[in-house]
Every structure is written in structure tokens, then in C-alpha cells.
Design a protein around this ligand. Sequence first.
Ligand code: MRU
Length: 368
Amino acid sequence: MKIDGVPYRSLWWNKEQQALEIIDQRWLPHEFRTRLLTEMQDFVDAIYQMQVRGAPLIGATAAYGMALAMANDPSDANLDAAWKALEQTRPTAINLRWALNRCRAVLSDLTKGERAARALGLAQEIAEEDVETNRQLGQQGLPLIEQIAAQKAPGEPVRILTHCNAGWLATVDWGTATSPIYQAHEAGIPLLVWVDETRPRNQGALTAWELGKQGIAHRYITDNAGGHLMQQGQVDLVITGTDRTTRRGDVCNKIGTYLKALAAWDNQIPFYVALPSSTIDWTVSDGLAAIPIERRDAEEVTLVQGASQRGAIASVRVTPAQSEAENPAFDVTPNRLITGLITERGLCDASEQGLASLFPEFAAATAE
Ligand code: MRU
């Protein structure tokens, strides 16, 4: 997507430096900074510290991490060590393990001399596939927005609520939840996006930044406002992303997604989840029982980062110094609360039959 008219992706391979260049998301929306990842520890830190974040993007970043590891030392021992170091960075999003397993499966069959070049090629393929998959899922989701627009008076916007950042910054490009939104905007449909703040890390500010750069009307709202807006008839559609989707269509996404699904259910508002198939964990059925929920540092809750009126970025405490905090980073929305899933192959029910109808080859390969 474009930033001030210049096309960008959230990461790219820097040929001169033989390193991965990323947009360091810790500083957005206040400052646009990029960063080179040149060593394995840089990749581990980038994913753990959320310099890069969002399920598809951490998968692609990890694939480049494997490429760097193979360029440095293509031995079997280093292949295993790199897989382990990257895999332990974040536990919930399945794309991370999906990308790492894909790399290890291909690379372990090669000679040491072949590994470095193939690993970089594979990382590029994973990144390119992510872009194309997200473009396609946007095409598949677009009719949902077109149908609502067709019932509106001319010029009246379709009002879409989204949670967290499932935008292009969370993927290599397009985003997942935002892909139908960007494509609706390109098709000339008037939109108003309600952007959940998404405490504690305020990923909503990333979504607001993205939407602003594309010229899409949006309003930033506190996490508690969505239910009220739904009761007032001010939300036509909810679209979120997901970090892991189970084979029966339970969805694990940023903390607070479940509450929005409950409110949408109570107000009969369609609640859709957009996902590339790399986000489906075919080995898991019951999301509540089986998905590990990342618990992050309590300081992400007790401190808030922002910019002063003079533009200086600072972290301020919002709690009494002695108060302890808890920081579960994701929650599970059961499939019964989800109107449908938007994938690169089409829309389906959030159910085992729905997903199997679109991805029969994966469903069959993992059938119990
Ligand atoms: O903790 P984060 O910022 O990595 O969490 C990101 C999300 O929860 C996104 O909604 C999810 O990864 C889908 S992104 C396309």
C-alpha cells in the first residue's frame, strides 16, 4: 500500500546489505522508521518485541530469519537452532510455526551447499504468496460490502468496525480484515471505519494510520465504545483478523475480539473474520481448550506510549506504581458467534464443514 503516494510493503529484502529491512512498528503512528535485521538475534527481538507483528507478517519475517541463518551456517544443527530460536518468540499465531515448518521441510532435504540460496528464495515466495493471498481474500470479501452499500442512500457510508491491526502492516501487504475495505474504497464505495483502540498496545493507532494514508474515513474509538455504537445502529458490519483459526472455525485473535463478537451477536450485526489459509491450524478443533494464549509483560498494561504535543515519544504510567497487572494478549471467539469466514478461496461458515468445503486437501490430510 502507499505511504504519501509511495508504494511500500511491511518488509523487503535489502540486496546491498544482504539483510531484511522492516518497518519498525514500535514507533508508529508517530514516527516512520525502518530497521535492518542482520543477525539471528535481530530477528528474534523483532518478533518478540513486536517491531513486526501480526500473524502473517511474523511468519514471513521468520522465513527470512531462516534464510539468514542458512547464509551464515547451513548445517543441520543450525537449521534446528534457528527453527527453535524463532519458534519460541510468540506462541499464539500459527503462521509463525507454519512458515518455519515449511522452511525446515524444504531445506532439510537439500545439501548444505544448496540451502542458503533456496532459503532466501523460499522466504521471498512466502512473502509474495502472502501478498497475493490477501489480495484475493479482499476480492472475496468485497461483495459483502457491496451488498450493504446497495441498500444505502447514495453517498451514505458503509460503517465497518475492526479490532486490532489486521491491516497491511500486519501482513506483507493488503492486510486481511482491511483488504476488502481497501478494495471497496478503490471501487468507490463510501466507507466509515470504526477503529478499536485495542489496548494495551493500541494497534488501532496503526490501523488509523494506514487508513489515513489511503484516504479512508475512520474514527478511532475506545475499546468499550463498540457495543454502544452497535446498539445505536451505527455499525453495519464487523471484520477482524485472526492469529489462529481452528478446523471447526473457532478464532483466536487480539484480546477483546470476543467481546465485540458477543456485542455483534446480541445486535444481529454480521461478524466476519478474514484469514489467509496459513492461519488455519488443522490440528486443533476446540480453540478454548487447545490454543496457547500469549501472556505478555505487565508493563504493556501499566505504561502507555504516546507522543507529546511537541512530538517527543514517551511512555507514561497509568496505574498506581504498586498495582500489579495482567496481560493476556489474545482471546478465543467460538465459531457460533461468527457469521462467516473470508478466505482467499471464498466465504464459508465458521464450521468444520465450511472450512473443509474450501480446503478439502488440508482437511483430509489432517482428519482424525
Ligand atoms: O499482537 P499482535 O499485534 O501481533 O496481534 C495481531 C492480531 O491480533 C491481528 O488481528 C492478527 O494477527 C491478524 S493480522 C492480519
